[in-house]
Structure formats: C-alpha cells, structure tokens
Design a protein around this ligand. Structure first.
Ligand code: HEM
Length: 146
C-alpha cells in the first residue's frame, strides 16, 4: 500500500519540478507542500522498513539463518537484508535532498531542476528495488493481503 502512496506522490513531485524547471514559473509554495507529503510518506516507510530490517521476518536480529547459509550467497536474503534496504535508504535520502532544495537560497528554475534530479534518482532506485511480482525469487504481490 505504502509503495503506491510514495510512487504516486513522487511522480507528482517529479511532474511539478519538471514543469517548474522548463517554464519561467516562480517557485510555488503548493509544490513545496506536495514535496513535503512525499518526504513524510518516504520517512514513514523508512521507519517501517528499518523495523522490518532489524526485527521483521527476515530481520537482522530476529531471523536465525539455517546452518551453512551465507546472507550474501543467498539471493533471497541478500535482496531483503541488503539490496532492498540499502537502495531504499538511498532513495529516501534523495527525496530528502530534493525536498531540501525548496528551502535553499537558489534561483527558482535552478531549484526545480535540482529537485527534479534528486526525485528522478529516487524513483529509479525505488523502481529497481521494489520486489515486483515479476522479480522471480523475491517477487511479492502488487497488493499485499489481497
Ligand atoms: C521507498 C521506500 C520503500 C518501499 C517502496 C518499500 C517497498 C517494499 C515492499 C513492496 C515490500 C514487500 C511487502 C510484501 O508484499 O510482503 C517490502 C518488504 C521489505 N522491506 Fe521495504 N520498502 C521501502 C523501504 C524500506 C527500507 C528503508 C527498509 C529497511 C531499512 C525496508 C526493508 C524491507 C524488508 C526487510 C522487507 C521484507 C519484510 C518481510 O517480508 O518480512 N524497506 N518493502
């Protein structure tokens, strides 16, 4: 569920910063608000994710690996214990930097352009690191619980 909220908000943020950077528009406080919602959604997911990462089903502290299994050699564990968390933490970092540009003392177009770059980086990381249903071994349903 949360992935959809983040993806939709992120896409709107990207659209707003794209329009802002290609037009001569002055910086719109409404855009900053959408960016803020994206920031909040991503930080909530970060908190939930950090909890899962440490104490969840495959948590670093809660999951007892069967003998002879190494996390980095097991593609499933590597995905949920390394690749997914690290990529998502970076994505949240980029969303935070993107939101931060709204407060920077920059020219309006430069602000939009910089934010656009950060949001696009975050989008790529999220798209690559979500366990989409077509991801084979690590696949998860599009709508969990349905
Ligand atoms: C933009 C941020 C994120 C998105 C969109 C996202 C998305 C997802 C999705 C779709 C799943 C599969 C849920 C299911 O259907 O079972 C998942 C699982 C998981 N995520 Fe994230 N995630 C994000 C951030 C994070 C972060 C920051 C961490 C850790 C620091 C994290 C750790 C995990 C773990 C450990 C699981 C596996 C949970 C389990 O199966 O027990 N996620 N995430």
């Amino acid at each position: 569920m949360l992935r959809w909220i983040i993806l939709i908000l992120l896409l709107v943020s990207i659209y707003k910063s794209y329009v802002g950077s290609t037009s001569k528009k002055t910086f719109d406080p409404g855009d900053k608000k959408i960016w803020l919602f994206t920031l909040i959604a991503s930080h909530l997911t970060l908190l939930l994710g950090l909890y899962q990462w440490l104490f969840g089903r495959y948590g670093l502290f809660s999951y007892v690996k069967p003998d002879g299994i190494s996390m980095m050699k097991d593609p499933y564990l590597r995905f949920f214990q390394m690749e997914h968390p690290v990529s998502m933490i970076l994505a949240v970092l980029f969303i935070t930097l993107g939101y931060g540009t709204a407060k920077k003392d920059l020219e309006d177009q430069a602000k939009y352009k910089k934010a656009l770059r950060y949001f696009l980086l975050a989008l790529v990381l999220i798209l690559v690191a979500v366990p989409w249903p077509f991801r084979g071994l690590v696949a998860r349903p599009l709508f969990p619980g349905m």
